[in-house]
Design a binder for this molecule. Structure first.
Ligand code: GLN
Length: 506
């Protein structure tokens, strides 16, 4: 079967074709393998394409289709390479894990595998998910399919670019300060960070444990709900995981009657590009057209969220990354003289500049004498940010903002300016600090590049967010197919181009 457009096909439609017998799982997987062959040398979304696994597993799904009637069976997925996968190299885009073979599989990935989803491969990211452009990967720079000279956002830039480029039907990412929503925004797709705890973090390589959440990157809000359904749930292996009070429902809403949407003045105060602001204002008008009301609200501690995040996240990272010592995981330097030399050279060679910067900031913030002044204070700010949201949700159902203050920026333009890079997440970080669910949906173009619209809800309001986003998506009618504007020559790929595929699902 041909004629399927991987730039527009949704999981919902692919499922229908599979169930109706119009296409086999192997044929569907081939649609993505062909697209990977056609565009991956330009996009470089994957660190590893599990080619052998794709062929073998999709054929198995076809053979056993009767027994595999799960709602996701046979649908191919890309997985961010900071989720461990048994028998499949998992790198977190770091030299220190370049050859790491996990002996177990992250719960969220296992849940989709058990739904007989076919894993296409592992996608590129900023090293250990630290960044907003995917340029901090130790292996390759991923390009944004909307303009190959711009970044896909980050840190889940590989997952977002793979979906936007039609190299995956959908993908899993992780979001610590915006790493699902911001790349979704820059790549013109849907991305959702669930309520903290809704999805197990077991097997997600830890960056900042009190902020990290796994979530979907998809071409539609419906697909987002469909994937989310399969990854939520309490996991005894993650002490912070919780059961959602109600199951994730597949959205069908077309109207927003009675919905009260708050627009925080502080989010619009500074740094929002005019083109982003214009699409945002148009989308607020659509909310009113659909029967909702938009009111200005205040989240007074917003300006302190970013600085608090950049204490808390590095502090937790410095503790989490202590385990990469050359003894237990991955890379070890050659011929160490003694234990100190082993640690120093392994970590010195193994970590990239941004990771080292975070370890140093975090170690400093946690050190004796500074703990109360920095970390303790940042945690107090976090409480104030959470209370701002609680107070706001007494008066509104959802909060709306642009996802990112700008559209995709040119590769290299912020790499020498960490603060400019950190500002990319100014609208997404508060939801992580407060543990709240939030979605980004595409709401139009500015200068030919996608603009994202963010909806934040109270804890466990996934269904409310998905319903509202679904209605809005229908009214916006965004076309997810990028033009592949090519303003930069293709270079040789990174590891994805050279590595042999490894065994994954069995
Ligand atoms: N860009 C933010 C950071 O660098 C968020 C990253 C993330 O969400 N993983 O920390």
């Amino acid at each position: 079967m041909t004629g399927l457009d991987p730039l527009r096909l949704t999981a919902r439609d692919a499922k229908r074709l599979l169930v109706d017998g119009e296409i086999s799982s192997a044929e569907l997987a081939k649609v993505y393998l062909d697209q990977i062959a056609a565009v991956e040398s330009k996009v470089r979304a994957y660190i590893l394409v599990t080619t052998d696994n794709i062929a073998k597993y999709s054929t198995k799904v076809d053979r056993e289709m009767q027994a595999m009637r799960g709602p996701l069976a046979g649908l191919p997925i890309a997985v961010k390479d900071n989720m461990v996968t048994e028998g499949v190299t998992t790198t977190a885009a770091s030299r220190i894990l370049a050859n790491y073979q996990p002996v177990y599989t992250a719960t969220a990935v296992r849940q989709v595998w058990e739904g007989h989803v076919v894993m296409l491969g592992k996608t590129n990211l900023d090293e250990f998910a630290m960044g907003s452009s995917t340029e901090n990967s130790a292996f390759q720079v991923t390009a944004n399919p909307w303009d190959l000279s711009t970044v896909p956002g980050g840190s889940s830039g590989g997952s977002a670019a793979a979906v936007a480029a039609g190299e995956a039907l959908w993908a899993l990412g992780s979001d610590t300060g915006g790493s699902i929503r911001q790349p979704a925004s820059l790549c013109g797709i849907v991305g959702m960070k669930p309520t903290y705890g809704a999805v197990s973090r077991y097997g997600l390589i830890a960056f900042a444990s009190s902020l990290d959440q796994i979530g979907p990157l998809t071409r539609s809000v419906y697909d987002c709900a469909l994937l989310l359904q399969h990854i939520v749930g309490h996991d005894p292996r993650d002490a912070t995981s919780v059961e959602l009070p109600e199951p994730v429902a597949l959205p069908s809403a077309e109207r927003l009657d009675g919905l009260r949407v708050g627009v925080p003045a502080e989010y619009l105060a500074a740094g929002i590009e005019p083109g982003v602001r214009a699409r945002f204002d148009e989308t607020l008008a659509r909310i009113e057209d659909l029967g909702g009301t938009c009111v200005e609200i205040s989240l007074p501690h917003t300006e302190y969220a970013l600085p608090a995040y950049y204490i808390i996240a590095p502090a937790e990272a410095s503790a989490n990354l202590a385990r990469f010592d050359g003894v237990r995981y991955g890379y070890r330097c050659a011929d160490p003289e003694d234990l100190t030399d082993l640690y120093e050279r392994t970590r010195g060679d193994g970590f990239g500049a941004e990771v080292k910067r975070r370890i140093m900031i975090g170690t400093y913030a946690l050190s004796a004498g500074y703990y109360d002044a920095y970390y303790g204070r940042a945690q107090k700010v976090r409480t104030l940010v959470r209370r701002d949201f609680e107070a706001a949700f007494a008066g509104v159902d959802l909060i709306a903002s642009p996802t990112s203050p700008t559209v995709a920026f040119r590769a290299g333009s912020r790499t020498d300016d960490p603060l400019a890079m950190y500002m990319s997440d100014v609208c997404t970080i508060p939801a992580n600090l407060a543990g709240l669910p939030a979605i980004s949906i595409p709401c139009g173009l500015s200068d030919g590049l996608p603009v994202g619209f963010q909806l934040i809800g109270p804890a466990f309001s996934e269904n409310r967010i998905l319903d509202a986003a679904h209605a809005l998506e229908g009214a916006i009618g965004f076309d997810t197919a990028p033009p592949f504007a090519d303003s930069r020559p293709a270079e040789a790929g990174g590891l994805g181009a050279t590595r042999p595929a490894e065994e994954g699902q069995s």
